[in-house]
Design a protein around this ligand. Structure first.
Ligand code: C5P
Length: 205
């Protein structure tokens, strides 16, 4: 069984994907991490994330980079969003994601184009979203917890810019796939969001 979970940043999709994977005993791949690694590698190379050749060269990152804590930063997230517009970068990461999805026992993948491009054949598809205000508040609380000084207005502006880029790009834009169940987590505590997500998966099986 493949569970495909898509949605914007800080919608709760990552936490939901982990919980669904644990619930069904399936392996989980956070595909955003792959794009973050490409973004980070471009920066390490001193390259330009908007240059398709620089971005593609960075897609050959070393496996050890996936453990770099810097991948989780807002700065790397913004770089990831910029490198991910290039079709050649997406193509370079495709086989790895499809191999993960095709594991004999099944898998849970979360990202932006799992149900539309990577695994349209998935048995269960979720589109997890939330208002920009709700997502900015979560991200802000997370960063406060890590002692990072940022304003909610800055985070909201960054999220809105990232959403716009992810939704309007030509290559694999973020959108709710046909047949995907919509889950809006704006008003839901995470435990309620997880329960609702599992119920939506069950309905599709
Ligand atoms: O989900 P996360 O915030 O880690 O993703 C970082 C960026 O990587 C996103 O803003 C998006 O541009 C890109 N991405 C993508 N396709 C995916 C996963 C992430 O384009 N499947």
């Amino acid at each position: 069984m493949i569970v495909a979970i898509d949605g914007p940043t800080a919608s709760g999709k990552g936490t939901i994907a982990k919980a669904i994977a644990a619930h069904y005993g399936l392996p989980h791949l956070d595909t955003g991490l792959l794009y973050r690694a490409v973004g980070r590698q471009v920066a390490l190379n001193g390259g330009n994330p908007d240059d398709p050749d620089h971005a593609l060269a960075a897609a050959a990152f070393a496996e050890s980079l996936l453990d770099d804590p810097e991948l989780r930063s807002e700065a790397t997230g913004a770089l990831a969003s910029r490198v991910s517009v290039h079709p050649a970068v997406r193509a370079a990461l495709l086989a790895r994601q499809q191999a993960f999805a095709g594991q004999p026992g099944g898998a849970v993948l979360d990202g932006r184009d799992i149900a539309t491009v990577i695994a349209p054949e998935a048995e269960a598809k979720l589109f997890v979203t939330a208002s920009v205000a709700a997502r900015a508040l979560r991200r802000w609380a997370e960063m406060q917890g890590r002692g990072e000084a940022v304003t909610r207005a800055d985070i909201e502006a960054d999220l809105a810019a990232r959403d716009e880029r992810d939704r309007t790009r030509t290559a694999a834009p973020l959108r709710q796939a046909e047949g995907a169940a919509l889950l809006d987590t704006s008003a839901l505590p995470i435990e309620a969001a997880i329960a609702a997500a599992i119920a939506l998966v069950e309905q599709q099986l």
